[in-house]
Design a protein around this ligand. Structure first.
Ligand code: B12
Length: 210
């Protein structure tokens, strides 16, 4: 079995102690960090399918998430690098009612790598907290909202609306997460959408430099 395949198998089995070592071995074998990351993202899709099919339950999903985070820690320094430009401050968070943070963390990592100073509010963030963070931090040029649950999508709408109605200026709002579509992003008044972390960085740069 290839090292990447081993990473996938152990990640899907939620082996958080084994995954970091296997990721390192996969790197040592010459695999690109981006390929390992993509394999881990694909594995989370497999985990989600198993959950949908009733083959696994929340605790197993949580263990896989922990394994993924530990694996990402190993490749993070290789993916981010040192950025020299400054695109201002980005406030990022997962919307209220939603505890998923792996995708948000990847997006945060990529935005930092293209030159944003990141203010990560964490998960389960109310619209008010997003607005307050824009008020309290200097030079906020971007607000990024993540949401993974269809049930919390109305909270994303509420957040974008409150940010836009706040009277605060100088920033764009970008949204994303598995259930979010470009159409939904436009409908709720967001300035940008991307389906993955790389796309988020490209879109953010485009919005801030516009
Ligand atoms: C891991 C996981 C969990 C973990 C989360 C741990 C953590 N620290 O994040 C735990 C166990 C806590 C969990 C709980 C639940 N989960 Co869950 N979970 C998942 C799982 C398996 C993987 C998510 C993940 O990390 N994916 C990998 C990352 C890299 O992908 P991503 O998040 O989509 O992010 C990428 C893009 O979307 C985008 N992106 C993300 N954010 C942003 C933001 C911006 C601004 C931009 C531009 C882009 C962007 O870029 C990212 C990187 O490429 C998914 C299955 C799936 N296929 O997604 C289910 C899934 C999301 N969960 C689901 C459910 C139902 C739940 C629970 C309700 C289960 C329950 N009965 O309790 C709870 C809800 C808890 C809560 N209130 O949030 C459903 C959601 C169904 C739906 N459509 O609403 C899914 C789809 C599983 C399924 N197939 O049914 N879950």
């Amino acid at each position: 079995m290839s090292k990447i395949a081993e990473v996938k198998t152990k990640l899907e089995a939620g082996k958080a102690k084994l995954v970091p070592g296997l990721v390192q071995e996969a790197l040592d074998e010459g695999n690109a960090a981006t390929d390992i990351l993509q394999a881990m993202i694909d594995s989370m899709g497999v985990v989600g399918e198993k959950f949908s099919n009733g083959e696994i339950f929340v605790p197993e999903m949580l263990m896989a998430a922990k394994a993924m985070s530990k694996g990402v820690d190993v490749i993070k320094p290789l993916l981010t690098g040192e950025s020299t430009s400054s695109l201002g401050t980005c406030v990022i968070g997962t919307v209220e009612g939603d505890l998923h943070d792996i995708g948000k963390n990847l997006v945060s990592m990529m935005l930092e790598s293209v030159g944003f100073k990141m203010v990560d509010l964490g998960v389960d963030i109310s619209a008010e907290k997003f607005v307050n963070a824009v008020k309290e931090n200097e030079n906020v040029t971007l607000v990024a909202c993540s949401g993974l649950l269809t049930t919390t999508m109305p909270k994303m709408r509420e957040t974008v609306k409150m940010l836009k109605d706040s009277g605060l200026k100088g920033f764009n709002v970008i949204v994303g997460g598995a259930p979010v579509t470009p159409e939904y992003a436009a409908e709720i008044g967001a300035d940008g959408f991307a389906s993955d972390a790389g796309g988020a960085a490209a879109k953010a740069r485009e919005l801030v430099n516009a």
